[in-house]
Design a protein around this ligand. Structure first.
Ligand SMILES: [Zn+2]
Length: 78
């Protein structure tokens, strides 16, 4: 099932969750208003297993702006 994610161009898209080495399926775009200008977007990569917990972590703090499939991420976002 994941073979299509293992050769995403030359990018390495590994989940951002601590200790997780699984290929990411989603990009979580977030912004911390105390640290970043409003236009700035930080990106966390999340695999299927961690997408919920990572997005929950960000949305509880009001940081989460968007979540997109990894295939829709651009270089500027990473
Ligand atoms: Zn993960």
């Amino acid at each position: 099932m994941n073979t299509n994610l293992s050769k995403l161009d030359d990018h390495t898209v590994v989940c951002s969750a601590k200790g997780c080495r699984v290929n990411a399926a989603y990009g979580l775009l977030w912004n911390n208003p105390k640290l970043h200008t409003p236009e700035r977007r930080k990106t966390w990569l999340a695999c299927e297993n961690h997408a919920d917990s990572l997005s929950d972590f960000l949305s509880k703090r009001g940081f989460l702006k968007d979540a997109v499939p990894v295939s829709e991420l651009t270089d500027e976002m990473s």
